[in-house]
Design a protein around this ligand. Sequence first.
Ligand SMILES: [Fe+2]
Length: 205
Amino acid sequence: MNHVYQVRQELKPKGLKGISDDQINQHWSLYEGYVKNVNTLNERLAAFVSKSEYGPEYAEMKRRLGFEYDGMILHEHYFSALKPGQPALTDSSELVKQMKRYFGGFEAWKKEFTAIGKMRGVGWAILYYDPQYRVLSNHWITLHDDGHPAGFVPLLVMDVWEHAFMVDWGVTGRPDYIEAFFKNVDWPHVEKRFQEAAKAAVALA
Ligand SMILES: [Fe+2]
C-alpha cells in the first residue's frame, strides 16, 4: 500500500527578514505541487505493478520519481530551517567546532556555502554530514535529484532556484536573497539536526 504524503503545514515560515510572506506563499504552492506529484506518481506506479506492467510508461514514471521526491524533501528542509529571530551559533556549538575542523571556521564555511549558492544555473546549496566518516561538506545539487552523496544527511538546505527570490528581489537578486537567507536561519534547529545525525551515525562494517 502506498504511503500518502501530506503537506507539512507546521514547517511554513512567516515574518522573515528580507523574504516576504508573499514570496514564501508562492514558493509554498510549488512545494505543495511536489507533494501532490509524489502521491500521484506512486499511485500510478502501483497500478502498473498490480498488473505486472513494467514497460516504458512504468519506466519513465519511475525515473521521474526521484525529481518529485527530492523536490518535496528538499523544500521541507529548506522551509524548516527558516525562522525569524533565532540566536546565532556560538563557539561552544559542536557544529561550529566541526566547521572549524573541516572548513577553518564558521565564516570560512559560510563563504564557500555562499559561493556555491551563487553558482550559475538553478539548484541548491546543501551542508551535509557524512555519517560514515563523520565529516561535513558543502555540495551543489542541480535540479532536485542530481548530485546527492548517497546516505549523507542534509543539515542546511538553501534553495537558489529563481522562484525562491524573484518575488522579493527580481531575477538578478540572488546575492541579496542569500544575504537575507542567512538572517533567518534557525541555527538551533540546524545544530539539533547535526547532533541527531551524529548520534545516529553508523559506519558500514
Ligand atoms: Fe524551491
